[in-house]
Design a protein around this ligand. Structure first.
Ligand SMILES: NC(=O)c1ccc[n+]([C@@H]2O[C@H](COP(=O)([O-])OP(=O)(O)OC[C@H]3O[C@@H](n4cnc5c(N)ncnc54)[C@H](O)[C@@H]3O)[C@@H](O)[C@H]2O)c1
Length: 343
């Protein structure tokens, strides 16, 4: 297979503003089809030559379709992944895998049964600062802790682009929860990606402190890896975007690495290594979505950039999803009422 034909199912914010530009920059990838239930969303996708359809069956029957990127709200992942798997295409599914554990298990099973490649779209694995940080971890000595802050401001009427938006992120039925299920999966994935071992114990405290909606607007999660690295995650929809709100620290006995403003969809931010004097660490500027789509495209084509196929096992992504949702379901919500407030 020389060129991989991609379809995008769900043409909203992340697909239009981040995935599509990433995909269009990849050698050997071609966008052949777009699917969304909303014709206006299809119209807003800046790509030529692709079939645009609100009909899922017609989308999946597009000639030359090899891989489908699923970017609909979380509860919609399962039916789309199952349909794509049944049609025999590889699937790159947005995070979180699903809105609950049963759906996540079902979509992983569907791909395994169909024998198609399934990837979870944890784009931050591919952020160039995180790729560099992974190389630096051995220089930190014995890693004792990873501390992550990944917060933003997301009120009930939030919109990504100023246009009226269906804010499904605060609808438990479609999102599966609030800030924690939306933001924590990135941090949990990063811990495992950076350290080479995943968090296996996890607990959570949830709050609905500021916004008047029926899901958590903040959470603190604490966990540990099998070798004993402690992990702390603060995720929130109640931190004004103007404040410092994205920080990733890996702490070791010989040094510490601090990534600022790297967690997100673009290649920006900074990376500093303290041993103990601070040294700025340069990194590439490849957008994380571009790197992600390049790797998945190569895996689908069977060529494997740098000798690797898709290096992430869906069973591992499913285990992390189960761990997170179990911790969230066992957490006690804060008793206090939302206070309201504006940034
Ligand atoms: N990796 C990241 O950094 C990142 C960032 C943002 C969003 N996401 C994930 O991407 C997914 C989409 O998020 P978004 O912010 O782009 O949402 P969005 O609301 O902006 O877009 C979702 C689109 O899906 C369409 N849609 C809804 N149900 C559908 C269905 N059953 N079939 C076809 N189309 C359907 C909607 O019309 C809309 O155009 C979510 O799972 C979210 O968690 C990931």
């Amino acid at each position: 297979m020389s060129t991989v034909g991609w379809g995008i199912a769900g043409c909203g914010w992340v697909a239009r503003d981040h995935a599509l530009p990433g995909l269009l920059a990849v050698d050997g990838a071609r966008v052949v089809a777009l699917h969304d239930l909303d014709p206006a969303a299809l119209d807003r996708m800046p790509v030529e030559g692709a079939r645009r359809t609100t009909d899922l069956a017609g989308f999946l029957a597009t000639p030359g379709l090899d891989a489908v990127y699923v970017a609909v709200p979380n509860a919609g992942h399962r039916p789309l992944v199952e349909a794509a798997a049944a049609a025999g295409t590889a699937v790159l599914c947005e995070k979180p895998l699903a809105a609950d554990v049963d759906d996540a298990q079902a979509l992983v099973d569907a791909c395994a049964r169909a024998g198609v490649l399934l990837g979870a779209a944890y784009d931050q694995r591919w952020h160039p600062a995180h790729v560099r940080l992974r190389e630096l971890v051995p220089e930190l000595g014995t890693v004792t802790a990873v501390r992550i802050v990944y917060c933003c401001w997301l009120p009930g009427d939030w919109t990504p682009d100023g246009r009226p938006h269906d804010n499904w992120r605060v609808d438990r039925a479609r999102a599966g929860g609030g800030a924690a299920i939306d933001l924590a999966p990135h941090g949990l994935d990063l811990v495992g990606t950076l350290l080479g071992e995943d968090v296996t114990t996890l607990s959570a405290l949830l709050q609905t402190r500021v916004h008047d909606y029926g899901v958590d607007d903040g959470a603190l999660l604490t966990g540990a890896t099998p070798s004993g690295v402690l992990v702390g995650l603060h995720v929130a929809f109640n931190t004004p975007d103007a404040l410092p709100r994205r920080r990733l620290e890996v702490v070791g006995t010989r040094g510490m690495a601090v990534a600022l403003d790297t967690m997100g969809q673009t290649a920006g931010g900074s990376l500093t290594l303290y041993r103990p004097d601070p040294v700025d660490v340069p990194f590439a500027d490849t957008p994380p979505f571009e790197a992600q789509f390049a790797a998945f495209t190569d895996a689908v084509a069977g060529r494997g950039r740098a000798g690797t196929a898709w290096p992430y096992d869906p069973a591992r992504d499913l285990a992390l999803h189960r761990l997170l949702l179990t911790a969230l379901s066992e957490s006690a919500p804060s008793e206090s009422a939302p206070s309201g407030g504006t940034p």
